[in-house]
Structure formats: structure tokens, C-alpha cells
Design a protein around this ligand. Structure first.
Ligand SMILES: *Cc1c(COP(=O)(O)O)cnc(C)c1O
Length: 425
């Protein structure tokens, strides 16, 4: 459920017409609904209420400070993947014991910053990282809290670019090496061995891969118990999909949670009241945001119509990167207009610069506004300055009010860090 709805044929975010925001801030812009973020988080959290748990929202999905602040107020922790994301969650005041740090390539500097802040858990992805963590923690006179990220080798049945839990992926520790690495980690003086982590991919639309992965890691967890290495945390990552298209419904968070909790119920981990960690990203933010753009030109081709927007692939990369489907809605709905196959495209000189191919859409005129739905996750965060295009504004709506939560970039800002050869100081 979300709060982007038509009233009198005008598309609103909560109680603010998108048209009103467009007039005030210009286009294109991302618009997030605070109430939708809160609702998605609450549904997810409540689904896991029966077990000790910590929900660490995956910052990379949408890292705007206002989004993080909204979720923090709801009780969220955060899953970070860089020093930059650490700085963001520190900025909104997240206590260290609600932060987990994932990623295959943590640098020494990033590890030091996170150790100094005293985060809850490092999700360690290789033997090299484990040893580096042990050394750096020793130098700081600390113990590094560690979970090993295990690659369970299950097929998440999602797009290859966002599958992470297969043997051929770069992520995690191979399942067959896990036990040996736990034994080794248990001997390291500056490592506090606390957990097991796995994350198999993103935009998963079936439960089976999640359950398969959980079964695999529970076997490991049980073996570790028997060896006298009981773990306090089981981190099952993120990855639950969202509906982008009508009719293709991923499982509801309640079903997802009950499938996982049922599988866990009789494990020694659950009997010891171990804490479950979840790292949802897309399912929280995806349908809480839209990208609003203006039609610059409507062009009749030989076979179809092209709508050329003032937003492009640099603003929303998902169609180009994953051939992703995003619903496209008129901001002002008018009835009785014939629908035609339309390509909705951006201004960039790349054939990958599109939002939709052959979409049945009514006629639009120059200056009309469109909303690209489901753009709240992996939208703005993946945007770039390609074609020297300033990144767009981000707006958050709260009830009948809105605020710009990231100003539109200026062209001066884009040129600021550049200089001619030899002219820099
Ligand atoms: C990307 C990522 C997530 C979030 O994935 P979603 O599909 O957005 O829920 C969680 N954990 C890790 C380790 C990730 O890389």
C-alpha cells in the first residue's frame, strides 16, 4: 500500500498534488511519501514481532538523510556498505549498536571508522578481510564484532545483475569453506565471533530461495553449536521484491516472515533466543517514491510515438541497467483519450536511455507531467551526472506539507572540482 493516489484526476502524494510540487521546485524531481515509508517499515517490523529481531534498513537503496531519519524514528537500524553511508547514519544520530557493515571490499580506513564508532557487526566476506579486521582491531585495542557472510549457493531466480548467492558470484564465503573459517576466526584474539550472515539477491519474487538459503545456513549453525561456537546473530539479508507491474505480486512481508520463522522455530538458535537481523531495502523504499518529469516533446515516429522527457537514464538507471519495468502515470488524468504504443525516453544520446518501450499510453502534450512509479529504491542513489546533467531535487511529503530534502544540483557545482592542467593548487 502507498500514498500516491488520484483525487479529482490529479495525482497526489499523500495530501499534496504533485503538480504543486512541480511548480515550486521545477522538474525532474524525486518525491517520497513519509507515511508510505513508515507504513512499509511498520508492516515489515510487525511481521517479525514473534522473534527477537533487528531490522537494519539497507541504506544503499535510498540514502537520503530525511529517509534515514524517518526510518530511524521508527526504530530502524541500518545496513551500510561504505564510509560514506556510515557518515550518513551518524549524521541522523543512529546509535552504533544498530549498525551492520556489509560489502566485499571494505578498506582499512572504512574498517577503522566503523570500529571507532563501535558498530554492532561486520559482515565479513573473505579470509583476507577477517585477518585485516583482527589486525586493525588489535591496533585500536578493541575486539571486532564479526559475522561471516556465507554464500549458500542457491539460485534466487532474479535478474543476473542482482543475484548474489550463487557459487559464481563474488559475494560471501563459499559454503564449503565456512566451517573451517569459523574455526579459524574463533582463534583470533581481536575478533568477537557473533554471527552468520547471508544475502542471496534482490527483487526476489518467490519464497523458496529464501527458505532454501535458510535451511542451508541452519545446517551450518547447528554444526557450529555442536562445536561449541554458538552465535548470537543470524542475519538473513534483504532482497524481498516489490510489485513493479500489475499482477506480478511478490510475497507479502507477513508471508515472508512466517516462512522464515517457521523454518527457524525448532532450531537451537531460536531456542536460545538468538537475534534475527533483516536488511530490507527495496521493500521499504521502492514504492514510497516516484520520479516526476515533464514531457519536452511528443514525436510521431513511423511506427510509434515517442515521448521525450526532461529526465533521462542518468536520473533513473534501472530500465537501462536491468530492463526494469516502471509504471508510468499522468499527473493530470484525462479520460476518453485513445491509447497508443509509446516509447518514453530521455534526452541522452544512448539507445538505453528509456523509461518504457511500446507502453500503451494516452496522448500527452508538451509540458504535461508524468510520474514514474516505484522509483524510491535504487533511483536517485544510482543517478549520475552523465551528459553534465545536474542531479535532480529530492522532495519529501508529510501529510499536506512538503520539503525539499536535497536541492537540485547546479551546473557550477558540477564544474567546481575541475581545473585545467597545471592550474590546480
Ligand atoms: C543490497 C543489499 C540489501 C538490500 O537489498 P534489497 O533487495 O533492496 O532488499 C541487503 N543486504 C545486502 C548485503 C545488500 O547488498
Amino acid at each position: 500500500m502507498d500514498h500516491f493516489v488520484y483525487r479529482d484526476n490529479q495525482l497526489y502524494c499523500e495530501r499534496v498534488p504533485l503538480e504543486q510540487i512541480a511548480r515550486a521546485v521545477g522538474t525532474p524531481f524525486y518525491c517520497y511519501s513519509e507515511q508510505t515509508l513508515q507504513h512499509h517499515f511498520a508492516v515489515f517490523r510487525d511481521a517479525f514481532a514473534a522473534a527477537p529481531h533487528l531490522i537494519c534498513y539497507s541504506v544503499k537503496a535510498n540514502s537520503n538523510l530525511a529517509v534515514l531519519d524517518t526510518l530511524l524514528q521508527q526504530g530502524a537500524g541500518f545496513d551500510i556498505v561504505s564510509a560514506g553511508e556510515l557518515a550518513r547514519v551518524q549524521r541522523v544520530g543512529c546509535p552504533p549498536e544498530r549498525i551492520v557493515f556489509s560489502g566485499v571490499g571494505k578498506t582499512s580506513q572504512e574498517i577503522r571508522s566503523a570500529l571507532e564508532y563501535g558498530i554492532l557487526l561486520f559482515n565479513v566476506e573473505s579470509v583476507g578481510e577477517l585477518h585485516r579486521l583482527n589486525t586493525l582491531a588489535g591496533l585500536l585495542g578493541r575486539r571486532a564484532p564479526v559475522a561471516l557472510r556465507i554464500n549458500p549457493d542457491v539460485d534466487p531466480q532474479t535478474h543476473p545483475h542482482i543475484s548474489t548467492g550463487l557459487r559464481r558470484n563474488k559475494f560471501g564465503i563459499p559454503y564449503n569453506q565456512a566451517l573451517a573459517l569459523y574455526r579459524e576466526a574463533a582463534t583470533l584474539p581481536h575478533v568477537e565471533l557473533l554471527g552468520l550472515d547471508c544475502h542471496i539477491g534482490s527483487q526476489l519474487t518467490a519464497l523458496e530461495p529464501f527458505v532454501d538459503a535458510l535451511r542451508r545456513v541452519l545446517l551450518l549453525l547447528n554444526s557450529l553449536e555442536r562445536e561449541g561456537i554458538p552465535l548470537r546473530y543470524l542475519d538473513l539479508g534483504g532482497g524481498l521484491g516489490i510489485p513493479y507491474e500489475e499482477g506480478r505480486l511478490p510475497p507479502h512481508p507477513r508471508l515472508y516472515a512466517s516462512a522464515l520463522l517457521a523454518e527457524l522455530a525448532h532450531s537451537p538458535f531460536a531456542q536460545r533466543q538468538g537475534t534475527l537481523i533483516l536488511e530490507p531495502g527495496r521493500v521499504i523504499a521502492g514504492n514510497a517514491g516516484v520520479l516526476v518529469a515533464r514531457v519536452e516533446y511528443s514525436k510521431e515516429g513511423e511506427e510509434k510515438r515517442f515521448l521525450i522527457l526532461d529526465a533521462g537514464m542518468n536520473d533513473l538507471l534501472r530500465p537501462a541497467l536491468y530492463n526494469a519495468h516502471h509504471a508510468i502515470l499522468p499527473v493530470a488524468r484525462r479520460f476518453g483519450r485513445e491509447e497508443r504504443a509509446t516509447d518514453v525516453v530521455g534526452p541522452i544520446c544512448e539507445s538505453g536511455d528509456f523509461f518504457a518501450h511500446d507502453r500503451l499510453l494516452p496522448t500527452f502534450q508538451e509540458g504535461d507531467l508524468l510520474a514514474v512509479r516505484s522509483a524510491g529504491a535504487y533511483g536517485f542513489v544510482m543517478s549520475s551526472n552523465y551528459n553534465t546533467r545536474p542531479r535532480v531535487a529530492e522532495v519529501m511529503v508529510r501529510g499536506d506539507r512538503f520539503a525539499v530534502v536535497r536541492r537540485r544540483e547546479s551546473i557550477e557545482q558540477l564544474l567546481e572540482n575541475e581545473s585545467l592542467f597545471g592550474a590546480s593548487t
